[in-house]
Design a protein around this ligand. Structure first.
Ligand SMILES: NC(=O)C1=CN([C@@H]2O[C@H](COP(=O)(O)OP(=O)(O)OC[C@H]3O[C@@H](n4cnc5c(N)ncnc54)[C@H](OP(=O)(O)O)[C@@H]3O)[C@@H](O)[C@H]2O)C=CC1
Ligand SMILES: O=C(O)[C@@H]1CCC=N1
Length: 275
């Protein structure tokens, strides 16, 4: 028997098939949606042709893609949002759900630029969606019913965990889990470089670091222990770890993370005003 769709999304249009758009699209295809259930649009014809060839999805203009869609996922950069909304607004179906993953773009921003009463949801995913380990936070707009929040959640659940959150938390969430993978990759780069500095072959330093990250993340997830407890268990009295951690404290690395993540949240809040 043919596999059925996960419930209620109907035909899905994806507008903007860059890094995050492709991650979401591939997640949908891995979790039961068929290429025929998707309409994809991107500004670059070459990119669209490539996605059609690799995934078998139908590539169309934004207006064509939304014309029959029940759910529209918008994955363009915040700076491209206004032009796209102006373009597709007149072509949306009356009961469509519009899901935006753009950083900083509020549901009010979307509602003001779409036909009166359009149901919108704001979602912040992250790139680990590519390996089905994403983290997404979903917030409804003014006209988004609970069943539609569930549809937006169902879309994202195909590629990871989903939380329903009040929209006022979205800038902080963008700064933590949206941007978060980049901070972790940055730390990993630094650890690999340190290994090379100490004379390890780069491949060895990379394998040691990546497995250490994976093991530490798995411990956090599976034991449920507080990170302080886990860190203290690594720190033998008078040993190597506590010596390293004192250097990190001396260089204010914790404070730097607080400032960096705060700056990301401020930037997220700015994006709705087109800055
Ligand atoms: N990357 C990430 O980790 C995350 C990103 N996001 C959000 O996802 C969105 C996309 O980010 P990301 O994937 O990184 O960006 P990309 O630039 O990789 O993807 C956006 C794509 O949309 C295309 N595009 C722009 N305007 C239009 C249009 N009018 N019609 C069709 N396609 C269009 C762009 O084309 P062109 O290249 O020609 O501009 C590009 O291919 C952003 O709003 C970002 O805030 C959210 C969470 C995580
Ligand atoms: O850097 C950005 O603006 C986007 C949003 C979260 C991750 N990437």
């Amino acid at each position: 028997m043919e596999e059925t769709n996960p419930p209620a999304t109907g035909l899905v249009a994806l507008l903007g098939a860059g890094v995050m758009g492709e991650a979401l699209m591939s997640g949908l295809l891995r979790s039961g949606w068929r290429p025929a259930d998707l309409r994809v649009s991107d500004r670059s014809p070459e990119r669209l042709a490539d996605l059609q060839a690799r995934y078998g999805v139908t590539g169309l203009s934004p207006a064509e893609a939304v014309a029959e869609a029940d759910t529209v996922v918008i994955a363009v950069k915040p700076q491209d949002m206004t032009a796209l909304l102006d373009e597709v607004g007149p072509h949306l179906r009356p009961h469509v759900l519009v899901v935006s993953i753009a950083a900083g773009i509020t549901t009010a921003f979307l509602e003001q630029r779409l036909p009166e009463g359009t149901a919108v949801a704001r979602v912040m995913p992250n790139t680990p969606a590519l390996v089905d380990e994403g983290m997404s936070a979903v917030s409804p707009g003014a006209h988004c019913r609970p069943a539609q929040v569930e549809i937006a959640s169902e879309l994202m659940r195909g590629c990871g965990k989903v939380l329903a959150v009040p929209e006022k938390q979205q800038d902080a969430i963008t700064a933590i889990s949206g941007s978060g993978p980049a901070y972790i990759f940055y730390v990993v780069e630094a650890m690999i470089e340190a290994g090379v500095l100490l004379g390890l072959p780069r491949a060895t330093a990379t394998e040691l670091t990546v497995q250490t990250l994976y093991g530490a993340a798995t411990m956090l997830k599976e034991t449920g222990e507080h990170p302080t407890v886990l860190r203290e268990r690594v720190s033998s009295p008078g040993g190597t770890t506590v010596t390293a951690l004192r250097e990190l404290e001396d260089h204010k690395v914790r404070a730097a993370f607080l400032r960096a993540i705060e700056a990301a949240a401020v930037r997220s809040a700015e994006l709705s005003s087109g800055q």
